[in-house]
Design a protein around this ligand. Structure first.
Ligand code: UD1
Ligand code: MG
Length: 250
């Protein structure tokens, strides 16, 4: 694996409301084995990019900042209004150092992800000289996740969110983990092209895949084999599931 640490930054998205948790506590501070879930993600990010880690905060930003700044060296970016994951990354861009070439995007609500998986994704992305590489997995129950669509040549061309998917698309079992490696230049160009004309009226980060595909950029996907480490925690049930898995592996 190449030593890419110095040219890589990680952006962690952690500004969302976490409405589905039905709690006044910010979602990313919900605990897994006594530790706020976002801490696991920050630890993974530090292993990948050293101190080039930018955490996007918004919902109860001060609280999240307080909990994390005690323990980690981080750059905080504020997303004042939660307009979607694409908008969240846009808020982090001004904090990405000039010399950075590759940006890894992680979600604060995907706490079990290992640094070795992220490094494998990054290595694949750089070796294949892609503009964007997405981590996907095949799951038995894809409900709630974005579905990955392939063209007839089996090239990835779009991610469709559950809320926007047709009944046929909902049957697709290859899902977006919310983890990406993106060439910084392509990230900047594509983020400015995202629109919010979808079911949730949000700026979806996932749209960079279609923008890249249509713009003839090098877009690819790595289909991981471990469905457990990419579990996204959006509700209590998933929090318990994540904690059970963490107990098993730690
Ligand atoms: C997202 C992906 C979906 C993927 C899933 C994997 C989009 C549009 N969808 O869906 O394809 O399958 O993750 O777990 O990206 N956030 C912000 N600001 C915002 C909105 C969200 O920082 O304005 C943060 C949240 O705090 C969270 C992360 O982004 O940590 C993902 O947001 P969430 O609302 O959980 O997206 P999903 O519906 O899970
Ligand atoms: Mg989520």
């Amino acid at each position: 694996m190449q030593n890419t640490e110095n040219r890589v930054a990680v952006i962690i998205l952690a500004a969302g409301m976490g409405t589905r948790m039905k709690s006044s506590k910010p979602k990313v501070l919900h605990e897994i084995l006594g530790k706020p879930m976002v801490m696991y993600v920050v630890k993974t990010a530090n292993k990948v990019a050293g101190s080039n880690v930018i955490l996007v905060v918004g919902n109860q930003a001060e609280k999240v900042r307080e909990v994390l700044s005690e323990n980690y060296e981080l750059i905080f970016a504020l997303q004042e209004k939660q307009l979607g994951t694409g908008h969240a990354v846009l808020c982090a861009l001004p904090y990405v150092p000039e010399y950075i070439e590759q940006v890894v995007i992680l979600c604060g609500d995907v706490p079990l992800l290992s640094s070795s998986t992220v490094l494998r994704l990054l290595d694949d992305h750089i070796r294949k000289k892609r503009d964007v590489t997405l981590l996907a997995v095949e799951v038995d129950n894809p409900e709630g996740y974005g579905r990955v669509l392939f063209d007839k040549n089996m090239d990835v061309f779009e991610i469709v969110e559950e809320a926007d998917a047709s009944e046929e698309q909902k049957k697709i079992k290859i899902i977006n983990t919310g983890i990406y490696c993106v060439k910084k230049k392509f990230l900047i160009d594509s983020l400015h092209k995202i629109k919010s004309n979808n079911a949730q009226c949000e700026y979806y980060l996932t749209d960079i895949i279609k923008i890249g595909y249509l713009g003839k950029k090098v877009v690819g996907v790595m289909v991981g084999t471990d469905c457990e480490e990419v579990i996204g925690v959006n509700n209590d049930e998933e929090l318990i599931a994540a904690e059970n898995i963490m107990r098993k592996i730690s």
